[in-house]
Design a protein around this ligand. Structure first.
Ligand SMILES: Cc1cc2nc3c(=O)[nH]c(=O)nc-3n(C[C@H](O)[C@H](O)[C@H](O)COP(=O)(O)O)c2cc1C
Length: 179
């Protein structure tokens, strides 16, 4: 099978990581994969906050869990929104048309680039709960989100601790062809 197609079909959300940091070269490649994503009108209206500082990752986890608690969202004890992954990238984008779709293209490019290098990832929407813990300006400061940009989503990376799962079943009847 074509190598790229194989990477796409074999990618899984990884929720168990080795504590080891990925190499600087691997991290730079992942970021570059994000930067080379397509974007509407080539706006590239995204911003990536790359977090490798363990204390900062723990702070983000704590703020998100507190936000979830405020909303009454229950999680099991010891739940960690980034599954203790050593790298988190927060994606924010300028508040304008298609920016969330552009961010989606960037995040999947990073996930696939990582997978191709043997690095696991999981897209994390739960960073948004940080905004239920404190006011927007404070959280934007923690996440280094530029002015006029809005938090979209995060993704965590690390070497997988376990063999990756089989693919979850995919929905049927979601494709129509007009021939
Ligand atoms: C927008 C988005 C948000 C997600 N947020 C989370 C999350 O907060 N926590 C998590 O464990 N997985 C999250 N995921 C991963 C999905 O649960 C996962 O992609 C889905 O179950 C399919 O599994 P697969 O990625 O292994 O194919 C998210 C995925 C997307 C696309």
């Amino acid at each position: 099978m074509n190598e790229t197609v194989n990477v796409i079909l074999k990618r899984r959300s990884v929720r168990d990581y080795k504590p080891d940091m990925i190499t600087e070269e691997e991290l730079n490649t992942i970021v570059e994969c994000g930067l080379y994503a397509p974007s509407a009108k080539n706006k590239q209206n995204w911003h990536f906050t790359v977090v490798t500082n363990k204390d900062k990752i723990e702070e983000m986890n704590r703020l998100a869990l507190e936000g979830m608690e405020r909303l009454g969202i229950e999680k099991e004890d010891n739940f960690h929104i980034f599954y203790h992954a050593p790298v988190v990238i927060v994606i924010s984008s300028k508040i304008e048309g298609y920016s969330e779709i552009n961010a989606g293209c960037a995040i999947e490019n990073m996930a696939l680039g990582a997978k191709a290098m043997g690095i696991g990832s999981c897209i994390i929407g739960e960073t948004r709960y940080m905004y239920h813990q404190a006011n927007k300006a404070d959280i934007d400061r923690v996440l280094k989100i530029p002015e006029n940009y809005e938090h979209d989503i995060s993704i965590c990376f690390g070497y997988p601790a376990l063999e990756e799962d089989e693919a979850k079943p995919r929905k049927e009847n979601v494709v129509d062809y007009i021939l």
